[in-house]
Design a protein around this ligand. Structure first.
Ligand SMILES: C[S@@+](CC[C@H](N)C(=O)[O-])C[C@H]1O[C@@H](n2cnc3c(N)ncnc32)[C@H](O)[C@@H]1O
Length: 147
C-alpha cells in the first residue's frame, strides 16, 4: 500500500518538531516489542501535535477515550500544567498494565487516572467539563462518544 505521506516529508517533519521525551521513547519501543498492534499508538509527530493543542487551548482537564499502552496520555500529561489532569478510558488489561509501568516512571504520570471498562459506560459516570477530548478507541462508537 502506498504511504499517504512520503518518507522524506515524514522525516523532515520529525526533525523539525518537538522531540519526544525519554519515557515516551521507551514506552514506544516497549510497545513495538511486546504488543500485537503497536501501530495503534499515535507516535512522536502526532504526540507533538497533541501537546501543541493542549497548550494552545490552555487545557487543564483532558479526557482520552482509548489509552492503549499510554503513549498519547503521557504526551498530554507532559504538556498539561502542574495542576492539570487527564482521565483516560481503556478496556484491555494487558495494554493498561504496560501503561501503568511507564506512568510510574514519568514525573508527569501522577496527572493520569485510568478508568477500565467500556468507555461509553465509564463516560456516564464522569463529570465535565473537559477542555480537550481525544477520541481514539473503537471506530463504530465515535458518534456515540461525540454525543
Ligand atoms: C488506537 S488505540 C489508542 C491509542 C492511544 N490513544 C495512543 O495513541 O497511544 C485504541 C484503544 O482503544 C481501546 N478500546 C477499544 N474499544 C474500547 C472501548 N469500548 N472502551 C474503552 N477502550 C476501548 C483498545 O483496547 C485500544 O487500546
Amino acid at each position: 500500500m502506498k504511504a499517504l505521506i512520503s518518507a522524506e516529508i515524514e522525516a523532515y517533519a520529525e526533525a523539525h518538531s518537538m522531540a519526544e521525551s525519554e519515557v515516551c521513547y521507551a514506552l514506544r519501543s516497549e510497545t513495538y516489542k511486546q504488543m500485537d498492534c503497536p501501530q495503534m499508538l499515535v507516535g512522536p509527530l502526532e504526540g507533538a501535535f497533541l501537546k501543541m493543542m493542549t497548550q494552545l487551548v490552555q487545557a487543564k482537564r483532558v479526557l482520552e477515550i482509548g489509552m492503549f499502552t499510554g503513549y498519547s496520555a503521557l504526551c498530554f500529561a507532559e504538556a498539561l500544567p502542574e495542576d492539570g489532569t487527564i482521565t483516560t478510558c481503556e478496556i484491555d488489561e494487558e495494554s493498561a498494565a504496560v501503561a501503568r509501568r511507564f506512568f510510574a516512571r514519568s514525573p508527569y504520570g501522577k496527572k493520569i487516572t485510568i478508568h477500565m471498562g467500556p468507555a461509553l459506560e465509564t463516560m456516564q459516570a464522569l463529570h465535565g467539563p473537559f477542555d480537550l477530548i481525544f477520541i481514539d478507541a473503537d471506530k463504530q462508537n465515535y458518534l456515540n462518544y461525540y454525543r
